[in-house]
Design a protein around this ligand. Sequence first.
Ligand code: TMP
Length: 238
Amino acid sequence: METAPQKLEMFYEGKAKKLYATSDPDLVICYFKDDATAFNAKKRGTIEDKGVINNRMSELFFRLLEGQGVKTHFVRRLNEREMLCKRLEIIPVETVVRNIVAGSMAKRLGLEEGRELPSPVVEYYYKSDPLDDPLIYPEHAIMFGWASAGEIEAIRSLALNVNDILRRFLDERGIILVDFKLEFGRHHGEVLLGDEICPDTCRFWDKASRRKLDKDRFRRDLGDVEEAYQEMLRRVES
Ligand code: TMP
């Protein structure tokens, strides 16, 4: 067993995770909570063992991506709810990749959910709770200094690469990757994929039945939320 750096003070608490400093200034410990929120925390609840599932699933996806050359903040999983990660200076831009029309895209454009897009669409949102994460043009991020032009280019190409890798992996397991959100950050000048990849941050539909196996079950009060998270973990572990 490798020795983990010592866990120090909590320096950030988000809606789903807590971040702790460690004795190594380059590393942080990410703790996954069971708290679930939607619509910028206007809806709140708990999804039992969500933290355990999201930690494990993120580990699996980060390992898969690292194996295919995508650099991420993942170092290793420490226990059921904690992951050791590289410390990032988070770029305040949330990147969404969509393969199928759903969620806010369906609502904003008056489209029916489920329509397949001819090719993936990349969207950017400004990470700001007071503003409810507004949709932006990538030019806004560059103009306002949230990311450089080179970083936006790197983010777009990384996001599309992640989409290709995850889509293929999930397709083999009978899952449609509808859309997902990624966050990136800087670590010693390099752009790394951060945050988590799990049913909170992706839309997963069963290929055969089109049943939703993600956080939309919580957002839309569809029931069987825990069961859907467990089913997704079973699929990605298979
Ligand atoms: P949207 O259709 O609501 O814009 O969501 C697109 C994708 O991003 C979906 O897979 C869920 C994920 N997402 C987050 O991870 N965090 C968020 O705050 C929101 C709104 C969406």
